[in-house]
Ligand binder design. Structure first.
Ligand SMILES: [Zn+2]
Length: 251
């Protein structure tokens, strides 16, 4: 029997990979969890979230991947070599190219799990001229409870190391502006990342973000959405009953 953290990661992966949810198909998306001070588990390249098995996750060293964020102009080959060299077990599968942003997000205080998908409705908006509004605005209370007061927005960026660097820059700017960590990161023409202290909170943020995207698309057909004002958001985010719901949801 695998250790409980690996099992949590597989549970999260299977929930995110469920075909009926339209979040990820085939090799799309990836997941990760912090294991020790210096290591984390991440989905291997080319494996499928919905059927992920223990041998499809790779233990990697943070100390081997985080220094890459300081480097400019690494070739694809150098990035590939570094990904392979970061594995604790050299016989393990190759980690996803997105392992670098997982490593950085898992190094934030309190973040234990990260999920990434190409959720269909979220991507409908992220591939539209209104992409930024989905990140900046909020429409209903549970969206704030599960997805936070706003999401980080990542303008169109090449996947791989460059994307990890832009995610770090934009997430640091978000934390400075909002004085809290984000729960959701939206990447233009690409997909969504959710992060949290439990696998349940990562799943809840993902499902609620996809629901919010459905509400957005539907409301847009009726001339909307009508968004919350900044005061609406601040009031909901500060309510004690909402804090209670967040704890009950393991947020
Ligand atoms: Zn992706």
């Amino acid at each position: 029997m695998s250790n409980p953290i690996t099992q949590d990661l597989l549970n999260l992966s299977h929930e995110l990979g469920r075909e009926d949810r339209g979040l990820a198909m085939l090799g799309e998306g990836n997941t990760s969890t912090r294991l020790t001070d210096d290591t984390f588990l991440v989905k291997a390249s080319g494996t499928c979230l919905g059927t992920l098995k223990e041998e499809d996750v790779v233990e990697c060293r943070l100390s081997a991947l985080l220094p890459m964020l300081e480097k400019e102009n690494l070739t694809d080959q150098q990035v590939d070599d570094a990904l392979l060299a970061a594995r604790v077990d050299p016989k393990a599968k190759k980690p996803s190219v997105e392992a670098v942003f997982h490593a950085w997000l898992l190094s934030l205080p309190g973040i234990k799990f990260v999920g990434h998908t190409h959720a269909t409705t979220v991507n409908q908006i992220l591939c539209s001229p209104r992409a930024r509004e989905l990140a900046a605005r909020r429409m209903f209370p549970d969206e704030i409870v599960c997805c936070g007061v706003a999401s980080v927005f990542i303008p169109l960026t090449d996947p791989g190391l460059k994307l990890a660097q832009v995610i770090r820059r934009e997430t640091e700017a978000f934390i400075k502006k909002h004085q809290c960590q984000p729960r959701v990161i939206l990447m233009q023409n690409h997909g969504i990342i959710t992060l949290g202290g439990t696998w349940q909170s990562v799943l809840a943020a993902m499902l609620m973000a996809e629901k919010a995207a459905k509400v957005f698309v539907g409301a847009a057909q009726l001339g909307g959405p009508v968004f919350f004002s900044e005061e609406n958001i601040a009031r909901i985010a500060g309510r004690p009953d909402e804090a209670y719901r967040q704890r009950a949801l393991k947020m």
